[in-house]
Every structure is written in C-alpha cells, then in structure tokens.
Design a protein around this ligand. Structure first.
Ligand code: ADP
Ligand code: ZN
Length: 819
C-alpha cells in the first residue's frame, strides 16, 4: 500500500526565507525526489499563498514528521550560492536594519538571479483546431501561429508580432477558449555559462581505422583529456560535425560543462614583495598573532602613501597560508582596479572581483568560484561584504571613512559596519584602514573597542605636500577666470606644466553652471520633479537635474515669465574645464565626474591616461580625491573647498576634512614633493585648518567635543524614517499620523520616553525628489537596544501605516544621507 508507506516515512523539513517583504522564516517539507538536491544556500521554488516564489534554504533541522507542511516544488541551483555559515550574518542584518530576511539574501546575491512567476498565454487544442480551419481574422491567425511553438507573456507576444495587442482581441480569444492563461516560472536572466566539452571514452580506438581528422581529434584528447568544442574548432574547423558523428559511434563523449567568463584584461606581471619598513613589520606581526584565533578589530591609520596597501597584501598572504579566506572592500570601482592590480601582481589568479561594473554573467561566475571555495580572496565594492566565502580570516575595509559604503536604496546597510559583524561571527581579523578615519572608528579606537595601529610616515620619507590656503573672499569682484583662479593657483599651475608634471583640479560639483537664474524675473530654474535647482551642462546644451535626471533644452525660456534671458550663475567642473582649456590650449586636459564616466571603461581610460602621462591636467569631483597613486602629480588645486561645508548635516565638517585631506594626498606621491593650493571662503574653519596640517588627531579632538555636546553619533545612535509619495497631501497626513503613533508609543512606555529623542515629523530638506514628496522623522537614542526595540514595536503596532501602498515608509538605521 504505497499511501501508507509514505505516511510512515519520516519527512525532511527545511527552514526557508522567501524573497518577499515578509519577516520570519518558513518551514517546508522536501519531497523524496528532491531530497538529494536540497542543501543550505541553494535557491528553491516554493508555494507561498497562491503564488510560487523563490526561497533560500537556510538549514535542515533534524527530521521531524509533519505532513501538513507545503512541499518544495523545485531546486534551482546545482551548488549552494552561499555557505550555511552566512545564515547568522543574514539574520543579524535583517534584525538590525529591520529588513525582511529573504530580501536581505536577495540583495546580497549577485543581481539577475531571482526567478519570478509570469503569466503567459498558451494555445489550446481548440485554438489549434480553429487555426487549421482558418476561420478567423489575420490578426488572430498571426497571434495563434506565434503561440504555436511556445507560450508567451503578453509583452513577449507583442514584441514577436511587432504590434500592440488590443485587449478586446485578447479577451475574445480567451473567452472562445482558443488560448488560456497559465503561470510559468521565468528563470532569472543570469545563469552559469555552459559550453560543450569533448571527452575520450573507454572505447578502444587504437585498432580501428580512423580518418585523418578523427585521429587528430583523438590524439588531441589523449594529450589534453578534454577540450571545449570552441577550442577544438580552432584546430579542426569541421569539428562540430565530426564530433557529432564520433559521439554517436561512441568514440568520444560530449557533455556540457560550466566555463568561467573572465572579467580581466591582460595578465599582470608578478611583483616581489618589498621588505617591510619597521612600522609595517610591527603592525603585520601584531595582527598576525591574533589571526585565526579570535575576533580582533584594528584601525590602521596612516597618511596617504604610507604603505597601508602593502600591509593588506602581507596579511592576505598570511591568511591564505592558514587556509582561511580574505575579503577586501574598496569604496569605488575606480579604486578596485588599482587594488586589483596590486593583488593580482602578488597573487595572480587567486582573486575574485565583485562590483557593479561587471556584467551580471561575469559577476555570477566570480561569485560561484568563491562559493565553491576555488578562490579565497574576494575584492570588491560594498556588496563584496557578502562574498560567499567560508572560514574568513581577514576582512579589510580600505578608506573606511568613505560614505559610499552606505547603501542608500532598498536595504540601507553600511558595509563597513557589517564587515565588523561578519568578522566577529567568524573570529576573524577586521582591519579598517584610512588616512582620515571616520569619527566613529576613531572613537572606537580611542575607547579601546578597536586596536589602533598607525603608519606615521610616507614610504621613503616622502614629504607630505605643502598646503597653501587662499582666501576667496578677496576675489569676489574679479571677472572672468580670475574669479575662480587665484594668482597663487595660476602660478603653480603654470610652473607644474613647465616642468612637465601633472596637476589635479578638484571641485565637488559637476556641470557648467549650478545656478541658472532668469535675468528678467529672478526665478531659479527648478527641476519639474524635485525641489532642487537645475544645472546647466554646456556640452549637452541642456539643464539637468542631478537627482532625477530630468533634462530641459538649453534654449528654454524662463518657465515663470516666458522671457529668454537665463543667466548662468554658479559653476561646476565643466566650467573649470572650459577655462583651463582656454588657459592651456597645448595641454591635454581631461575631466572625471559622473558625466564623463557614464560609460563602462571610461574611468579606466582616464586612469590609464594619468598613468602613462597623456593627461596633463585632470579636473574632477570627489572621484579624483580617492586613493589614486600617480607619482607625477605634483599639484592639487582645490577650486572651492566650501561646497560640502554648508550642508545641513552634522557630518558636514567631518566629510569636508576627509575630502580635503584625501584630495591633497594625491600630490607628491613620487620622488618630487607636491604642493596644494586650497581656495576657500572660510580660511579659519577648523575642518580646513586641520586638513592643511593633515592632522587627524587635532580634528578628532575638536569634532568629538561638538558631537558630545549635541549628543550626536558616536555618542548616540540614530534611526531615520522617511515617508514619501506622489501625493503631497497624503504624504503630509501620513507623516502626521506616523508622528502621532510615535508619540503614543512614547506615552505608553517610560523607558522609551526617557532614552529616545524624536525630531519631526518635518518636511525633509530635499522636500521633493523624483516627483515624490518627502517627510522625515529622526530618532536619536543613547541605548541602541532600546532605540531599535522602539522602532520594531512601532512597525509591528502600525503595520497598515508602514505598509501603505501610496505612501512608502523607509527605515534607515544609522543614516548617513539625512536630507
Ligand atoms: P597607501 O595604501 O597607504 O596609500 P601604499 O601601500 O600604496 O600606501 O604604498 C605607497 C607606495 O609605496 C606604493 O608604491 C608601494 O608599492 C610602496 N611601498 C609600500 N611599502 C613599501 C616598502 N616596505 N618598501 C618599499 N616600497 C613600499
Ligand atoms: Zn529632478
């Protein structure tokens, strides 16, 4: 009796997170036919309500009998996409950032993987019958003929028949029963790439008489054991046909095998590790002692060019020697290429690179190599903190102060912070490195949470650049280029060019004119969708919004008064570029900002130009400030240091200091010393003075007092709730309702009231972005646990409010962007 046998058999139960906005995990039973394929870290298809969705296998608890559970429908992966040891990490993130577990995992995995269910139209028997009879309109016949070979979604069908499908026709065909609607699982766009490979079989071929070509193939295989059809075709052009025949007579076997797409260009020459300086040696020894033994967080501070990267390289080698794996986080794609070059010349092909500049296929392949343990070093931007490696020994966060470690969409995590968490869970070393550490990390070092190690000198005792501050207030009445270029800067620039050295000009704002104003009515040109002034871009001859991408022709009349007299006030990198081209017509000038590096590969091209000397002057935004190491750059000009100082954000001073110190550090990295001309309207501001002296400690001492007085992080933690939507009134009401709910919760619980400060609801500083009106509520608390419990409770008690469709509520834990 088969039914009874099944009843008595123990069922396998698994714990699953689904890729939906739901909290918690779910249990499913595994049918016998899938049992062998189930493993933690694999994606599966499960029924959920009336849908079928992607789930992630978290674990296999001990066998329990429970027949009421729903069954797993399918297993999507051959091998796990992440190790089981990452599950506690995902759970921690879900908890801390108050984000659904399945969506945390989805966010962590390389894009394009998640399968989704799709409604498709399928031709029925009845439809086939009528099609044969031909009693229908040409349109109907075209549709049915197209559906003859495959079921298609409405969108795919319209694409195939190259015209829109009128709803009336579709409905009529459904009603007549010619087609029916079905659900189909659509696989994600990214799949492992498989190629045909040819292998030898056991079949004796020596005594058989073979054609010359067949013999050539067999001999080839005897040498190489296996060969891809693609490679064989290069040796034997007719291979596809012959191999097919050989396979059917059993002489060879053809099988599909996964191949890795290679995201890298040329192989890099191996370097020899330099012998470390005494400072480096001591640091490496200190860290090495703890590796593989216990969780040990370090803050490595050291001026630019002091040899931090060399410390990473040596420690990575030590980690590999202990058979542990390494994760290296770098803030930007442009810097990854540099880190990659250094690691590749030391470790050859033993590294995997993960960042958004790779195609989804390349990224998936790199991911799989890590997940399978074939490669133990992962280098990448913030998402590489999720690299699926086991047995972590070392996580490095380079330029740890960089705000691009914070993700500002969907899951609002900070890669630097969760790198620490991951290291802790693995008893690994976490090494945060920076020339200008964040106040947060510096504070952790000061209070003993992290161990501080410092590199105090540049390698070979190269001098830090001399920084000259120039007061811009004296230049307000100047005309033309003299408004932007002080005498000091011009002189240095000319001298640098005469010496055939390179210069960087830094201005943290792109475009040509940042403040287009109507000369007739005095109104700013504002974005239609945002509460923000448009920027004029000369090359495009267009006004553009830097937040939503809205664009308007450069010959526009004033939208308010209709007069064509728009004045281009304000300036940006594009204007500086135009001026510099005029001043130095014989020099090669390049610009690096978000406008010029939109294309894949354009950053690399600019960096290559800097490296080979074909660029004399590089103008750019903060992109040029970071980490680049080119010995022939001897001048850095900071056109206006004040742009980030005026942000209404408690970190404005910190970020300005970091940016200025970093960009200054680009000068004089080679044998010749460098100089920096820093132009500012606030020559006495302490962020600017500390940047001049490159004095991290002095800056910290002043800034930390200010933070303490106002109870800002690191003395408190913050959570920001953003409420946004397209309907201004609804958003306003929603924010007020949420504010009331917050107050109720305070009224009901004393411990919340006593430890948490609520600010708002108020309209956000950027009150409208991309057609969405925005309000915010900010919470500040001295006890992280209580603050988080408060927000959790708020979410649970006000679920309908928090999950409203028209007004979106976003929770940002430890916010960075507070505008
Ligand atoms: P950082 O990461 O602090 O900016 P790097 O590690 O890039 O510094 O070092 C700056 C330069 O000095 C690099 O060109 C590097 O190759 C070189 N360097 C680093 N350590 C040593 C060493 N011990 N001996 C000689 N050169 C070194
Ligand atoms: Zn806009």
């Amino acid at each position: 009796m088969p039914y009874k046998m099944q009843m008595s058999k123990e069922k396998k139960i698994i714990d699953v997170a689904v890729a939906l906005p739901v909290y918690g995990t779910y249990s499913y039973s595994v049918p016998d036919n899938l049992s062998a394929m189930i493993a933690p870290g694999k994606r599966i298809i499960v029924p959920f309500g009336r849908r079928r969705v992607t789930g992630y296998v978290l674990g296999i608890p001990d066998q329990i009998s429970d027949l009421s559970l729903k069954k797993v429908l399918d297993v999507l992966d051959d091998g796990p996409l992440f190790p089981e040891s990452m599950v506690p990490f995902f759970k921690w993130i879900s908890d801390y950032y108050m984000y659904p577990l399945g969506q945390v995992i989805k966010n962590a995995l390389p894009g394009g993987l998640t399968t989704a269910e799709q409604k498709v139209l399928t031709l029925t028997h009845k439809g086939r019958h009528f099609l044969k009879q031909g009693i229908m309109t040409t349109m109907e016949a075209t549709i049915l003929n197209t559906l003859k070979t495959e079921s298609l979604s409405l969108k795919a069908l319209e694409k195939k028949i190259q015209q829109p499908l009128p709803t009336a026709i579709a409905l009529a065909m459904l009603e007549r029963g010619w087609v029916c609607r079905e659900k189909k699982i659509r696989s994600g766009k990214t799949q492992a790439k498989k190629e045909k490979f040819i292998f030898l079989t056991d079949k004796e071929t020596d005594k058989v008489k073979l054609s010359k070509t067949r013999k050539k193939i067999i001999d080839y295989l005897k040498n190489e054991h296996e060969v891809s059809l693609k490679a064989l075709k290069k040796v034997v052009p007719t291979a596809p046909k012959i191999v097919k025949a050989m396979a059917s007579s059993g002489q060879v076997r053809v099988d599909r095998k996964q191949v890795y797409r290679d995201p890298f260009g040329e192989p890099v020459k191996r370097d020899t590790p330099p012998s470390l300086t005494n400072e480096q040696k001591q640091i490496v020894a200190k860290i090495q002692k703890l590796m593989g033994i216990k969780f040990a967080p370090f803050l490595l501070s050291g001026v630019t060019g002091s040899g931090k990267t060399e410390v990473y390289l040596q420690l990575a080698l030590e980690t590999l020697n202990q058979d542990l794996s390494v994760i290296i986080l770098v803030p930007e794609i442009a810097l990854i290429s540099q880190m990659e070059r250094r690691f590749r010349s030391r470790f050859g092909n033993q590294i995997a690179i993960l960042h958004s500049g790779l195609s989804s296929g390349e990224r998936f392949d790199q991911w799989l190599k890590l997940a399978r343990g074939e490669i133990k070093i992962a280098i990448g931007a913030r998402s590489a903190v999720f690299a699926p490696v086991k047995n972590i020994g070392l996580i490095v966060v380079d330029e740890e102060h960089d705000t691009s470690y914070k993700q500002e969409t969907s899951l609002h995590y900070n890669a630097r912070d969760i790198a620490i968490v991951r290291a802790k869970q693995h008893n690994a070393v976490a090494l945060l490195g920076s020339a200008t550490p964040s106040i947060q990390s510096y504070h952790n070092a000061m209070t003993g949470k992290y161990t501080q190690v410092s590199l105090t000198r540049r390698i070979l005792n190269r001098r830090l650049p001399d920084i000259t501050i120039v007061d811009l207030c004296g230049m307000r009445d100047q005309r033309g280029y003299r408004r932007y270029f002080s005498k000091e800067l011009l002189l240095e620039l000319e001298n640098t060019m005469k010496r055939n050295e390179q210069a960087i000009l830094f201005l943290n704002r792109r475009g040509f004119a940042s403040l287009p104003i109507c000369g007739a009515c005095g109104k700013h040109l504002q974005c239609k969708n945002c509460d923000i002034s448009l920027t004029y871009h000369q090359q495009l001859n267009a006004y553009r919004c830097h937040y939503c991408g809205f664009s308007m022709s450069g010959s526009t009349k004033c939208p308010s008064c209709g007069i064509a007299d728009i004045r281009h006030l304000g300036f940006g990198t594009e204007k500086i570029e135009t001026i510099v081209r005029g001043l130095f017509p014989d020099k090669n000038i390049a610009r690096m900002d978000r406008d010029t590096v939109a294309h894949k590969g354009s950053v690399l091209k600019i960096l290559k130009g800097l490296n080979d000397g074909s660029i004399d002057i590089l103008i750019g935004t903060q992109m040029v400030a970071k980490g680049h190491d080119y010995p022939n750059i001897t001048l850095v000009g900071i056109i206006c240091a004040d742009l980030s100082l005026s942000f209404p954000d408690f970190r404005a001073g910190e970020q300005t200091f970091q940016l200025l110190a970093q960009v200054s550090g680009r000068a004089g990295r080679g044998d010749r010393s460098g100089s920096v001309i820093l132009q500012t309207y606030n020559p006495k501001h302490f962020s600017i003075l500390c940047a001049k002296h490159q004095n991290v400690h002095q800056f910290y001492d002043q800034e930390i007092t200010f933070r303490k007085d106002l109870n800002y992080p690191p003395f408190s933690r913050m959570v920001q709730i953003i409420v946004s939507g397209r309907d201004k009134t609804k958003v306003n009401h929603h924010a007020q309702a949420l504010g009331t709910a917050c107050k109720t919760l305070f009224a009901n619980e004393k411990k919340f009231r006593e430890t948490i400060v609520m600010m708002g609801p108020i309209e956000a500083p950027y009150a409208k972005i991309a057609s969405r009106y925005r309000w915010q509520i900010l919470f500040k608390g001295n006890q992280t646990g209580l603050l988080h419990r408060y927000i959790h409770k708020l979410m649970v008690l006000n679920a309908p409010l928090m999950n409203n469709r028209q007004v979106k509520t976003t929770i940002d834990v430890d916010p960075v962007f507070m505008m």
